[in-house]
Ligand binder design. Structure first.
Ligand code: SAH
Length: 227
């Protein structure tokens, strides 16, 4: 796909995402996308994050398989989760579940720096190759178990988890800065999960809001895959 064609497709996709954001506003509390999130969704070339055989459907507003039983999230969900984090351009963000790296690239466009953790080494390597190709210099990757977060780099202004744990990992709550937000799907089922937005106030009080029913792959505790 050439640059002009992908840019037109992103514009059409963005219009679909914005329509869905308006339709779900009463549920999510998110009425519109901020300029930075809109810019990121119009700029990140999703077709570079999916397989060669998926080019014609890369800009459809739906999740797609990325191999190893994992999926790239629906663009509407990527935009919504990014918006709910309320990041500014100096924000430090932790992402759990790099996958193909599409959500990472969107975060890297909106925030100051992104640290991302993935348990499947092969997916992480492909994502890192894409970040290099796109010249993303504000992304740091680690192969590991996201349940532990990234203690050495904490605290984070925003934490996003792109696979569903059955409960919110305590280490991630600890690693969220006062005033920060965490957005993640929670629940054992698929469907049957809820997208939650957790806010840590300046005095450390935690508030958790249910945003939307969702269906994510599970956040798998324990061992990482070496290939
Ligand atoms: N944001 C990704 C979504 C990928 S799906 C994208 O846009 O492509 C969720 C990812 O979470 C998968 O790649 C899966 O391997 C990863 N994952 C699952 N359990 C994990 C864990 N405990 N630690 C780190 N990553 C995990």
């Amino acid at each position: 796909m050439n640059a002009a064609e992908s840019s037109v497709r992103r514009r059409v996709l963005l219009a679909e995402i914005e329509a869905e954001i308006r339709q779900t506003a009463r549920l999510t509390g998110c009425v519109t996308l901020s300029p930075a999130v809109r810019e990121a969704m119009s700029a990140v070339p999703r077709h570079l994050f999916v397989g060669a055989h998926q080019q014609s459907i890369a800009y459809e507003n739906r999740p797609l398989p990325i191999g190893r039983g994992q999926t790239i999230s629906q663009p509407y969900i990527v935009a919504l989760m990014t918006e709910l984090l309320a990041l500014d351009d100096s924000a430090r963000v932790l992402e759990i579940g790099t996958g193909c790296g599409y959500q990472t690239a969107v975060l890297a466009s909106v925030a100051g720096r992104v640290w991302t953790v993935e348990r499947i080494a092969g997916l992480l390597q492909d994502a890192q190759d894409r970040f290099a190709l796109l010249g993303l210099e504000n992304v740091t990757c680690r192969h590991g178990d996201g349940f532990d977060g990234w203690p050495a780099e904490a605290p984070f202004d925003g934490i996003i988890v792109t696979a569903a744990p059955e409960f919110i990992p305590p280490a991630l709550i600890d690693q969220l800065a006062p005033g920060g937000k965490m957005v993640l799907p929670v629940g054992a089922g698929n469907p049957g999960q809820s997208l939650r937005c957790l806010t840590k106030s300046l005095d450390g009080t935690i508030e958790i809001r249910d945003v939307l029913p969702v269906a994510f792959v599970p956040l798998r505790p324990g061992q990482t895959d070496a290939s």
